[in-house]
Design a protein around this ligand. Structure first.
Ligand code: ADP
Ligand code: MG
Length: 288
């Protein structure tokens, strides 16, 4: 799976142009369902704040089962409106949404990614592989549940991660990290005043994830840290695995290496080996 860094070089517009339109939307059953929630989806239908909000986003993100899931969450009152898109990523689109209790973030995982679509033409119509797309979808659903549980576990240890609220199929609803105006920027998009301090802080977070949560984030980078009111919030925990995973140490080395590289670019020299030892065996910060 590409990291967020690799993803930055891809061209989502090109990918979207290659997506097929969904003809099913005009089937009476789906038409009715869509009419039900169309107003609540205005934020993704072209009247949002971002120039790339348009029909293509809709076509890429909202397939049949996603629409069903959203319809259900809206019927249950879990989501009132989807307001505007925050980001499109390699695996998901993230939207700002609103519920009775305030703003939320809704991460909708793609069930049909470009790679999969490319393969589909070799699979669709071959009877030996019917049901494969259902299996793909099921994998995505498991992935979403995994992110939900990882976030729960990290929060339990006092880490600043968005509180996971609901998940249904490929939809994950969580706490919104931002303020009234906008979502918080990524660490990548800002300049911090004191890189050494931030480095120490982030290394402490990696240590808590490892020692206290028994997890490794596995995509810990400036792309997956949001900066709110002077403090870091860790996001994007779908790929996090337990410390017993056969590749856990390898992922940890990668996370720590990326972190020291970030610090290096900001003018704070830190050694990978020494940082790693601290993560594995050093004292962890008291987060309470
Ligand atoms: N809870 C949240 N609150 C505000 N913004 C978020 C939240 N979760 C994700 N985002 C935004 O959406 C982007 C993509 O989310 P992320 O979980 O990193 O998905 P991906 O797996 O596609 O990288 C993030 O870089 C961030 O800008
Ligand atoms: Mg990410």
């Amino acid at each position: 799976m590409p990291s967020d860094e690799d993803w930055e070089d891809l061209d989502p517009d090109k990918m979207m142009r290659s997506e097929r339109k969904h003809e099913w939307i005009s089937e009476p059953k789906y038409k009715r369902m869509f009419d039900d929630i169309e107003d609540a989806l205005q934020g993704v239908m072209g009247r949002g704040k971002f120039e790339w909000v348009d029909r293509r986003v809709f076509d890429q993100v909202f397939d049949r089962s996603t629409l069903l899931a959203l319809h259900k969450l809206m019927e249950q009152g879990e989501i009132e409106t989807i307001d505007y898109p925050i980001a499109r990523g390699k695996e998901a689109h993230v939207f700002r949404a609103t519920s009775a209790s305030g703003p939320m973030a809704v991460k909708i995982f793609h069930t049909t990614n470009a790679v999969f679509k490319g393969l589909a033409k070799y699979i669709d119509g071959d009877p030996r592989f019917s049901g494969l797309s259902r299996r793909h979808r099921e994998l995505v659903n498991i992935w979403v549940r995994k992110e939900f549980r990882n976030l729960k576990r990290m929060r339990k240890s006092g880490l600043r991660v968005p509180e996971p609220l609901f998940n249904l199929k490929n939809v994950l609803v969580m706490e919104f990290i931002g303020d009234e105006e906008a979502p918080s920027p990524r660490l990548k998009d800002i300049e911090v005043e004191n890189p050494s301090e931030v480095f120490e802080d982030l290394l402490g977070i990696v240590a808590v994830i490892w020692q206290t949560c028994d997890l490794v984030h596995a995509d810990f980078s400036e792309y997956n840290i949001l900066w709110r009111k002077g403090v870091p919030w860790v996001i994007d925990a779908g790929q996090a695995v337990t410390t017993r995973h056969p590749s856990a140490k390898e992922f940890l080395v990668r996370d720590v290496t990326r972190l020291t590289e970030w610090a290096g670019r900001k003018g704070h020299e830190a050694q990978v080996a020494e940082s790693l030892v601290r993560v594995l065996d050093g004292p962890v910060p008291d987060l309470y």
